[in-house]
Ligand binder design. Structure first.
Ligand code: NAG
Ligand code: NAG
Ligand code: NAG
Ligand code: NAG
Ligand code: NAG
Ligand code: NAG
Length: 507
C-alpha cells in the first residue's frame, strides 16, 4: 500500500489539545494474578488466526443513496480528560521472570480476495433519517467516565449475520453462544452523550481517506468492528477486503460510472466514498520477532525498542491512525531487548522491566509521529489497554470459570475494580500521549472495558484457525478466550469514541 500522495487542504486554526489534570500518584496496584495465570492466558492464544472472510455475497440492503454533503460546523476537537485518578491498591510483583507460554502454531492463510464490481448501482431516495443532525458532545466532555446502560433499542449497532466480513474468531452467536445481552449495552458518558452512530456520516468524513488501525489482535478486533459499522450502507460488490501480509484493507470501492439519473443533484462523486479501513499488524509497534502476520508461535518475544521506521513506512499519509499495544507484553514480567538488529542476525538480548521497555517503545513511537505525521492532515489516536478477565474472584464470583459463565457486565460496584490490568503501562501511555507536541487523542477504554467480563469470546471462538470442538467448549478453564471480544460487542463502543472525534473534525 503506497502512502497516499494526495494533497489535502490544510485545516487551519484547528486546535487540538489533550489536557489532563496532573497525574497523581502513580498508582500501585495488584498484579493479582500469578505467573501461572499468565501462562494460562497466553496459552489461550492472545493472537488468533485471521480467519477466512466469507465472501458469499449475502444480499444486504442493495441501496446506494444519493448523498447529501453534510456540512458540519468547524469544531476544534479538544479532549479534556478529567480525573486522571487511578485507583490505588498494592503491588505484589513477583520478581521471577518466567514464561509459561505453551507453544502453539497459528497458521494463517494469506488470502487475497476481492469482489467483482457490478456495473449497476441502484439509487434510492435518501432516507430522512440520514440527513438528520447528529448532536456532537462538547469538546471538553470526558467520554470515558460514565456507565453501561442496557439499551436494546439502539444496540447492537449491526447484526452479527449481516456483516459478512466478521471472522469466525468473533461471531460468538454463530459459534454457539446462547445469551445475547452482551450486545445490548450502550456506554453512557456521565456528562454528555455519544453521538448517534450513522455509517453514512462517518463515510462522509472518510471520503477519499484512509483510516488505519495499527497494533495487535485487539486492534484487529476493533478494525473488524469498524468494517462492520461502515459496511452496512455499502451495497454488495462495492466493498472488498484484501489481506496481504501485515496489511488488511477494507475498501469502499471507487465508483466509476456516473449516476446522473433523474435528479440533477445526483452526482457520482457524492456516491463515491473511496474510503479504506485498514489494519496493520505490529503487536509491539516497534520492530520485533513477532511481526510475522501469520506465524504467531514465537515463545521468546524480543523487541527492538528504538526501531520503528520499517513499520512506520506503511503508516505514512494515512488520515486517521489508531494505535495500540499491550497484550503481547503480558506473557513475561520482563521484556527482552535485542542487542543489535534482526537484520544483522543478532540474537543476544537484555531483559528489562516491562514498564521501562514500554516507555522506550512509546517514546520511539511518539518521536516517529512527531517527525512523520502532519497534524493538519492526520488525526492520531492511541487506545489504552484492553483488559482481560481470567480470574472470576476479581469480580467476586467464586463459581465462575474465567470469563466463561458471565452474561452481564460488572454493575454497581462499590469498591474499585481490579482485574489484573498492568496499570503501570496505562500511566506510561497516558503520560507519553499527553506530553507530545502532536495532539494525540488518548482513547481511554481500559476502565470501562474492565466492567465487561460478559463480552469476551470465551469458548465461542476459533483456536489455531479451527472452531473449538465440543470437548474444548466443555472445558472453559483451559480454552475460554477472555482476551478478545465478541462482535457485535464492546469494540463497537471503542469505535463510537473514534466516531465521535472523527465527525467532530471539519471536512
Ligand atoms: C491486495 O493487496 C496487495 C498488496 O497491496 C496487492 O499486491 C494485490 O494486488 C491486492 N489484491 C487484490 C485482489 O486487489
Ligand atoms: C498547519 O497549519 C498551520 C496553520 O495554517 C500552519 O501554521 C502550520 O505550519 C501547518 N503545519 C504543518 C506541519 O504543515
Ligand atoms: C480513564 O477513564 C476512567 C473512567 O473510565 C477514569 O477513571 C480515568 O481517570 C481515566 N484516565 C485517564 C488518564 O484519562
Ligand atoms: C481515493 O482515496 C485515496 C486515498 O485513500 C486518494 O489517494 C485518491 O486520490 C482517491 N481517489 C479519488 C478518485 O479521489
Ligand atoms: C444499580 O443501581 C441502580 C441504583 O441503585 C439501580 O437502579 C439498578 O437497578 C442497579 N442495577 C443492577 C444491575 O443491579
Ligand atoms: C511523563 O513523561 C515525561 C516526558 O516524557 C517524563 O519526563 C516524565 O518522567 C513522565 N512521568 C511519568 C509519571 O511517567
Amino acid at each position: 500500500m503506497q502512502p497516499s500522495r494526495r494533497k489535502t487542504p490544510l485545516f487551519s486554526g484547528e486546535s487540538f489539545s489533550m489536557k489532563h489534570r496532573k497525574n497523581n500518584n502513580l498508582s500501585i496496584f495488584v498484579v493479582g494474578f500469578s505467573i501461572f495465570l499468565f501462562g494460562v492466558f497466553m496459552y489461550n492464544e492472545d493472537v488468533k488466526s485471521i480467519a477466512e472472510f466469507p465472501f458469499s455475497s449475502r444480499p444486504s440492503k442493495p441501496q446506494e443513496q444519493q448523498q447529501q454533503s453534510i456540512e458540519r460546523s468547524t469544531n476544534p476537537v479538544q479532549e479534556t480528560i478529567k480525573n486522571v485518578q487511578e485507583s490505588t491498591s498494592t503491588v505484589l510483583m513477583s520478581s521471577t521472570t518466567t514464561s509459561l507460554e505453551q507453544p502453539h502454531q497459528v497458521q494463517e492463510e494469506e488470502e487475497q480476495q476481492k469482489i467483482e464490481l457490478p456495473q449497476v448501482v441502484e439509487v434510492e431516495e435518501e432516507e430522512v433519517e440520514d440527513i438528520e443532525e447528529v448532536e456532537l458532545p462538547p469538546e471538553e466532555c470526558d467520554l470515558f467516565t460514565g456507565e453501561w446502560v442496557f439499551d436494546k433499542k439502539t444496540h447492537p449497532l449491526y447484526k452479527e449475520d449481516q456483516c459478512e466480513f466478521l471472522t469466525a474468531q468473533v461471531t460468538c452467536m454463530r459459534n454457539g453462544r446462547q445469551d445475547s445481552m452482551y450486545q445490548n449495552w450502550r456506554w453512557q458518558p456521565r456528562d454528555c452523550s455519544l453521538p448517534k452512530f450513522k455509517a453514512r456520516l462517518l463515510l462522509e468524513k472518510l471520503r477519499n481517506k484512509r483510516l488505519m488501525f495499527v497494533g495487535d489482535s485487539l486492534n484487529r478486533n476493533q478494525w473488524e468492528s469498524m468494517v462492520c459499522l461502515v459496511q452496512s450502507v455499502i451495497p454488495p460488490g462495492r466493498k472488498s477486503l484484501n489481506k496481504s501480509g501485515s496489511l488488511s484493507v477494507f475498501r469502499v470501492e471507487v465508483l466509476s460510472l456516473s449516476l446522473s439519473l433523474e435528479s440533477k443533484n445526483t452526482d457520482a462523486k457524492f456516491c463515491d466514498y473511496n474510503a479504506t479501513v485498514e489494519f496493520y499488524w505490529a503487536p509491539f509497534l516497534v520492530q520485533s520477532n513477532s511481526d510475522d502476520p501469520t506465524m504467531h508461535s514465537i515463545l521468546n518475544r524480543i523487541i527492538m525498542p528504538e526501531s520503528i521506521n520499517k513499520h512506520g513506512e506503511n503508516w505514512k499519509g494515512v488520515d486517521y491512525l489508531v494505535f495500540n499495544t499491550y497484550i503481547w507484553w503480558m506473557n513475561t514480567f520482563k521484556m527482552k531487548i535485542l542487542r543489535g538488529s534482526f537484520d544483522e542476525g543478532s540474537t543476544e538480548y537484555d531483559e528489562i522491566e516491562r514498564p521501562v521497555a514500554y516507555g522506550r517503545v512509546l517514546k520511539t513511537w511518539s518521536k516517529w509521529v512527531e517527525k512523520n505525521v502532519d497534524p493538519n492532515r492526520t488525526t492520531v489516536f492511541f487506545s489504552s489497554m484492553s483488559p482481560l478477565h481470567i480470574k472470576s474472584l476479581d469480580w467476586d464470583n467464586p463459581d465462575g470459570i474465567k470469563c466463561a459463565l458471565e452474561t452481564t457486565p460488572i454493575l454497581n460496584r462499590t469498591t474499585p475494580l481490579e482485574v489484573g490490568t498492568d496499570m503501570r503501562l496505562f500511566v506510561v501511555a497516558a503520560n507519553v500521549t499527553r506530553s507530545m507536541k502532536f495532539p494525540v487523542h488518548f482513547i481511554n477504554i481500559t476502565a470501562l472495558s474492565e466492567y465487561r467480563k460478559d463480552a469476551h469470546t470465551s469458548v465461542y471462538t476459533i483456536r489455531q484457525g479451527k472452531m473449538l470442538t465440543p470437548e474444548q467448549k466443555a472445558d472453559p478453564a483451559t480454552y475460554a478466550d477472555c482476551i478478545h471480544w465478541c462482535l457485535p460487542g464492546l469494540p463497537d463502543t471503542w469505535n463510537e469514541f473514534l466516531y465521535a472525534r472523527i465527525i467532530s473534525r471539519s471536512t
